[in-house]
Design a protein around this ligand. Structure first.
Ligand SMILES: [Zn+2]
Length: 115
């Protein structure tokens, strides 16, 4: 992968990372704290009623999803930092550029992701 492509994909990943961090903040989670990624701070904002419980469950699901996406992005950025970005984590083959363009956080080639 050439340097320009890598730079561009890194910028995309960093922009997505920022969006997710803002999303987590908006949901009441503190993305800077690993502990609250598991959400203790969200509790205080909810009254103890059935609808609050449902609302809280929904919010926790959104937070969990955002955390998962954030973890994928951070993982890809870490691999970029190590220099292993763009190679499949499982088989070691190059991940196709079109796959990386479509999904820059990919760490598996198409074959391994499908397996
Ligand atoms: Zn593979």
């Amino acid at each position: 992968m050439d340097t320009d492509t890598r730079q561009r994909l890194r910028a995309t990943l960093e922009a997505q990372q920022e969006d997710l961090v803002s999303e987590l903040r908006a949901l009441g989670a503190d993305p800077d704290s690993d502990k609250v990624r598991q959400l203790d701070s969200v509790d205080d904002n909810f009254a103890d009623s059935a609808s609050a419980t449902a609302e809280r469950a929904e919010k926790l699901a959104l937070i969990a999803q955002a955390n998962e996406r954030l973890a994928d992005i951070e993982h890809a950025l870490a691999r970029m930092h190590e220099g292993s970005y763009g190679t499949c984590e499982r088989c070691g083959d190059a991940i196709s550029p079109s796959r990386l363009e479509a999904r820059p956080m990919s760490v598996l080639c198409v074959e391994c992701a499908a397996a």
